[in-house]
Design a binder for this molecule. Structure first.
Ligand code: WT7
Length: 630
């Protein structure tokens, strides 16, 4: 479609109306009609979507809902890689680009669907040759290179359960995740590259493995020259792949078999291993990739998330590949070698669908229009946002400066737990800056009070999902009680943990987290993980972390620390504590401020009340503090 020139101003009611041709050409043309047909027969709606995919055996029932446990496509058999790969080989996409990778220096690697399928089959056979079996847990800790995706798909091919850990995590965070999942194998690379600097991934793995004795082997992708030497229990990624035959028959998976575990930071204690299953996740991500991003065969989709996050699982890997898209991936950071780096990629590669986070958009706003202006962004046709509220200023900038006033923006609300996009403004529908939009057809969401009663339009309340959906989490790994909590906090619905406002027109504005998570640059940081890193220091007695609003990063972390008697604070200690958090948790979690205090506000049961610290910090009323100790 030739983009129409558009000055792109909102109508008097505040809505932006996309060019009508978007709606005419969209897969899902009529939001209201689709939503009504879903409400009229929910099972028939999802059955229609599932029918577009290949299965070994059909379902006996679309959904069995035994509150709060759902089973989807009961009795059906499938393998997600058949839908991401084989289906396209048979369907005329064998020579179509599946993956296009760009390195920091502009170098490219391209995989057609046929080449990607061959690589996945070979690596899957390699995994089998090491004794990996259906149901085994495999930890993938890799940089953003095609092999990371090959490793994920190879696990799925043979029914092994992958647990991808973002390559930016430190050794303690990696170790916890390996142990919790009982992983027996780790797939990693010698190094990652970031801003021209080398990240010693393999060293971090070695450190993590000291506390994870269950791991029998490590597969290492060797990128450095000369190649690093390997110990007898380490296997070279490339040789394993070469030795594997090019045909690995897919494991026939039950729709409810687990596909992967993905850890997300919790409010207390250890991170939660969110479990997603083969059938429902496949249907949910395929449907949303296809209809929310309106993927057509000519599109090149660039979702800037790392596959180590759910956004990457669902909209770099499984959803777009199931929809037969061409996907761009890159190890490049947005401001290296300069703040035009990403716009150069859009121009050079002809990206048509661009999906990123508000924190990146706000960073680009700060660098100024002079960077995107240097590049031709005319290939773009759809823009997306995820991870945090897209504030109206950022919407306007994204819409005008990047989208040239004519690309619809899909502000997509969802979570690791939901697996797929749940709330957005479908292509062609009027957009309202500051509002993600309405629940997509297939999803029922509401804004309610603590008892689950809907709050009136315009009033804030808890964002909940009121019925099951195919890509929903099935449990929290080895913690089913935590799973049930999601469904028993507010009666009869799934509690998202977010606060929101819904207006008369049904549009939902997400206000942010209602609990103890801090979202920094789009990454969920559990207050507990930061605090436990700080407390690991010998001088520290107690610590509390809060998020402070920040115009660029959404939030920054501020820590309050009580020192052990006799210890005195100084700049050096602050630097040591910051380094500790960097190493144990991640660079994004590093507190930008550390304040040394003598006491922390606590409940009688000893739970630190972070909201009081936060209220004090921001100079607002902390509310009822009569039950607190301090
Ligand atoms: C939390 C989930 C799922 C993708 C990345 C994050 C926040 C996500 C939006 C949005 C406002 C959003 C919510 C949510 N969030 N998308 N479009 N508008 N807030 O996944 O790490 O599981 O975090 O991210 O607070 O609960 P996650």
């Amino acid at each position: 479609m030739e983009p129409s020139p558009d000055t792109g101003s909102a109508d008097p009611a505040g809505y932006y109306r996309p060019d009508p041709r978007y709606r005419q050409e969209a897969w899902l043309k009529d939001y209201s009609a689709a939503y009504e047909s879903f409400l009229a027969d929910r099972e028939a709606f999802w059955e229609g979507v599932a029918g577009e995919l290949d299965w070994y055996a059909r379902w006996d029932a679309v959904c069995k809902w035994d509150y709060p446990n759902a089973r989807w496509f009961v009795g059906a058999k499938a393998n997600i890689t058949v839908n991401c790969l084989d289906r396209h080989l048979a369907g005329g996409r064998a020579d179509k680009t599946a993956l296009l990778w760009r390195g920091e220096g502009g170098e490219e690697r391209r995989f057609t669907y046929r080449e990607l399928a061959t690589a996945v089959n070979r690596f899957a056979n390699g995994l089998k040759s090491l004794g990996v079996q259906k149901g085994d847990r495999i930890c993938i800790y890799m940089p953003l290179v095609p092999e990371q995706i090959v490793a994920m798909l190879a696990c799925a091919r043979i029914g092994a359960v992958h647990s991808v850990v973002f390559g930016g995590f430190g050794s303690a965070a990696l170790g916890t995740r390996i142990r919790d999942a009982d992983a027996t194998l780790v797939i990693t690379a010698d190094i990652g590259l970031r801003r021209g600097k080398v990240i010693p991934l393999k060293e971090i793995v070695d450190e993590a493995l000291q506390s994870a004795p269950g791991v029998e082997r490590t597969i290492v992708l060797r990128r450095a020259d000369p190649p690093m030497s390997l110990s007898p229990r380490e296997v070279d990624f490339g040789s394993l792949m070469e030795a594997g035959g090019a045909d690995c028959p897919p494991e026939v998976m039950d729709a409810e078999d687990p596909l992967f575990i993905l850890y997300t930071s919790g409010t207390t204690g250890a991170p939660k291993g969110i479990v997603h299953t083969c059938g429902g996740y496949m249907v949910g991500t395929y449907y949303t990739a296809k209809t929310v991003f309106d993927i057509k065969d000519r599109d090149l989709l660039w979702c800037t998330a790392d596959p180590g996050w759910i956004t990457g699982h669902s909209y770099v890997v499984y959803g777009p590949l199931a929809a037969g898209a061409s996907v761009l991936i890159t190890e490049t950071t947005p401001d290296y070698p300069d703040p035009g780096a990403w716009w150069k990629i859009v121009q050079d590669c002809g990206v048509t669908i661009f999906y990123t986070a508000p924190t990146a958009i706000r960073m680009f706003m700060r660098f100024g229009e002079k960077w995107p202006e240097q590049y031709d962004l005319g290939s773009l046709r759809i823009l997306g946002s995820v991870g945090e509220p897209l504030n109206p200023e950022a919407f306007e900038w994204y819409y005008h400066v990047i989208g040239g006033g004519c690309c619809p923006i899909v502000d997509t609300w969802w979570q690791t737990e939901t697996g797929m996009i749940m709330i957005t403004t479908m292509i062609g529908e009027p957009m309202r800056p500051g509002y993600a939009g309405r629940p997509i057809p297939g999803v029922e969401a509401a804004v309610v009070d603590r008892e689950g009663r809907p709050v009136p339009p315009g009033k804030s309340g808890f964002l909940v999902i009121t019925g099951p959906w195919p890509a929903m989490l099935r449990t929290v790994y080895r913690n089913d009680e935590r799973y049930r909590e999601y469904w028993h906090t507010i009666p009869d619905c799934y509690t998202t943990g977010d606060l929101a406002v819904q207006e008369e027109d049904g549009y939902i504005m997400v206000l942010g987290r209602g609990d103890d998570l801090i979202i920094v640059s789009g990454h969920n940081i559990g207050t507990a993980e930061v605090e436990s890193a700080l407390v690991a220091h010998e001088a520290v007695a107690e610590a509390a972390a809060i998020g402070k609003p920040d115009p660029i990063r959404g939030n920054t972390v501020k820590a309050f620390v009580i020192l052990i008697e006799g210890q005195t604070p100084d700049e050096r200690l602050t630097r040591d504590l910051q380094a500790l958090v960097r190493r144990m948790v991640s660079p994004v979690a590093v507190p930008s401020e550390i304040e040394y205090v003598d006491a922390l506000p606590k409940t009688r049961s000893g739970k630190i009340v972070r909201r009081v610290l936060k209220a004090r910090e921001l100079g607002i009323d902390p509310g009822d503090i009569s039950t607190l100790e301090v």
